[in-house]
Design a protein around this ligand. Sequence first.
Ligand code: FAD
Length: 378
Amino acid sequence: MGKKIVIAGAGIGGLCAALALAKRNFEVVVYEQSSQLGEVGAGLQLSSNAMHVLEALGVADEVNAKAFAPTSAVMRHYQTGKTYFTVLLGNAATQKYGAHYQHIHRADLHTVLYTACKKMNVSIHLGKGVQSYQQTLQNISIQLSDHESIEADLLIGADGIKSKVQACMLGETPAEFTGQVAWRGVVEANKLPKGLVKPNANLWVGPGKHFVSYYLRGGELVNFVAVQERIDWQKESWNEPGDINELRDTFAGWHPEVTELLSAAEHCFLWALFDRKPLKQWSDRNVTLLGDACHPMLPFLAQGAAMAIEDSYALAHCLASDVDTQTALQTYQNIRLPRTRNIQLNARKNAALYHMSTPIEQAKLAILSGLSNVGLSD
Ligand code: FAD
């Protein structure tokens, strides 16, 4: 066995890191603050860059078996349905990028990762959050939410946008409300008129709002994400049950492919979208961060989880190299920070693009045809 590594958080990033490190023969212990494992009932776009990593981690077959491969990503006008642009996915993406572009239910991806971790003897403790840590030259002392204190050679904060590990490393800074909320939900495909939802990543853009729909689980379910600009956010919770009638009212008058889908939806979740500025550093001696804990981003390039997945592999690769831990963590940060910063900033730009409403801005949309690199939205 190699070094003892503690990971805070068993989200997609934390579980991917646990798997990547266990495969490199590290002893990995994960602490998750929630008493139950799971992900919100919604979908996730896994672009080819993320699928490459999942392939290297040996779970791509399981992911492919549970996913849905869209034919294209299509951006359309919210009322007329006029197409602004189409990016071919499916076989075209596989040929171009060497891996599939998939849509998957978050819970399915989570189950695949959890099962693979258990097979590699990763120890996962639920209902125990990481509260703080102190470092000495020899090791790290980590305080848990049940007042237990444990020791490790290395601590990874994969504890999301409200990361306690980040706060302990860099000081408390509140995440900023972006002025946007996202409703998310899934609908059984057999409750919808046949052919209503096209087998694409469907993106509808309109003034101050956009809407995304796509299939999951081989076509059994349709996922939707509806984003709306909202000036304030009073509620304490960042995700909570949404009011489906309020959602229907908000998107009244949109294209029938949107409104009919919402008519069939019974439930939804509501998320306030928070953001942070890109960090200048995210490693401190033997402690580092990954995923939303160090680079949360708006979901408008569909890359937040993909970046957490890439981080996990890069981190394990650096730690397994023949250098001391601090050099490995610095290399990891040097590799990952410019890429994730770039994607954080581009995701913000898409927020403006998707909600443009004047004729000039609409014209800009019409001539935009190059947004094909890493995915479209949500
Ligand atoms: P999280 O998913 O936040 O996981 C953190 C985990 O840590 C949680 O389990 C939490 O309970 C736990 N935790 C928190 N604090 C502690 C603590 N102190 N101690 C221990 N455990 C703790 N990304 C994509 O790639 N494609 C998409 O299509 C996409 N769509 C999105 C749509 C929406 C509407 C939103 C909001 C996001 C979307 N994202 C997408 C982004 C993606 O969901 C996130 O970037 C991703 O989940 C981040 O993973 P993570 O593991 O870093 O953090």
